[in-house]
Design a protein around this ligand. Sequence first.
Ligand SMILES: Cc1cc2nc3c(=O)[nH]c(=O)nc-3n(C[C@H](O)[C@H](O)[C@H](O)COP(=O)(O)OP(=O)(O)OC[C@H]3O[C@@H](n4cnc5c(N)ncnc54)[C@H](O)[C@@H]3O)c2cc1C
Length: 322
Amino acid sequence: MSDYDVVIVGGGPAGLAAGLYAARMNLKTVLVDRGALGGQLLNTELIEDYPGIETILGSELATKMGDHARKFGLLVRDFEPVKEIDVEGDQLGPSWPRSRANTKVVRLESGQELRAPALIMAAGGLPRYLDVPGEKAFWGRGVSYCAVCDGAFFKGQELAVVGGGDAAVEEGDFLTRYASKVYILHRRHELRAQPILVDRARANPKIEFILGSAVKEIAGDEKVKAIRYEQGGSARELPVGGVFIFIGFVPNSGLFKVHIDHDEGGYIITGRDMQTSVEGIWAVGDVRAQLTKQIATAVGDGTTAAVAASLYVTSLKDAARA
Ligand SMILES: Cc1cc2nc3c(=O)[nH]c(=O)nc-3n(C[C@H](O)[C@H](O)[C@H](O)COP(=O)(O)OP(=O)(O)OC[C@H]3O[C@@H](n4cnc5c(N)ncnc54)[C@H](O)[C@@H]3O)c2cc1C
């Protein structure tokens, strides 16, 4: 027996879009989040790339998205961490009769369980932190983890990028669209990024690599003013207006007790309708393997998954009635 038609794990933009659509399609839908609704929107100061809204505070967009979804009947359980997600009954393959659907069980840390035939995984993820003084204090005031989101705020300024993998080199190159100069600091003497990306960056006159450098501090007053690092035993300081950190991103995909296909980075692999390798489980937003991590793409994923989940639940109900 299921309590709900759809359970959504995660109340960021992806989960809230899925919740809005699912509830509006008259599915009995519950969304659970370990914190307040909004996800990464709550860590974002100003957003100016969400179509139709020229500028909005992240917290304001979070409130609007939450209220909008609730208006259509989405049930919300915020401040309820999910401990694990399980599947009871046989794992369905595409050729199995729909009437034998398994149940997705979401176990909360409080000990309660939420059950539904359809589950939308929208638990996002978090950037890896450098863990140096100033990083937290200047987050949103010069420290960023997203070049596409924040690059345009730094027109004509000198910037530091921290990291040596594909993301650091590619995003550093991207940032030269706005910045007058981009320093890429990496703790090793060799970069991990693909040679083609490194060659392109080396050919870019606005990029300078500072290798073998260990970042020690991000300094400033109201905003970031400098990055302090150690190189060859000497303490150094570089005056910059912003520090972009690309040393990894950890998707929150580890809640499943059953196997779900994922890539080497832990991102969940989906088909074009967002369904995962387990029938009746969809993955959306930052937790999913895809090209970009943006609010607009998260919302699009959530919409697609809700429509797919609705078709799935309807087919189960039809089969049960037949
Ligand atoms: C600082 C910053 C600035 C950004 N700026 C922009 C911007 O300007 N424009 C733009 O388009 N994008 C921006 N982004 C990216 C954008 O915020 C993300 O792509 C988007 O929030 C992803 O949405 P999501 O719903 O997939 O995940 P998230 O927003 O990460 O939401 C996931 C939710 O899942 C919940 N969750 C996780 N684990 C559990 C658990 N065990 N139990 C219960 N709940 C759980 C979390 O609490 C969270 O609320 C920015 C990101 C950051 C970090």
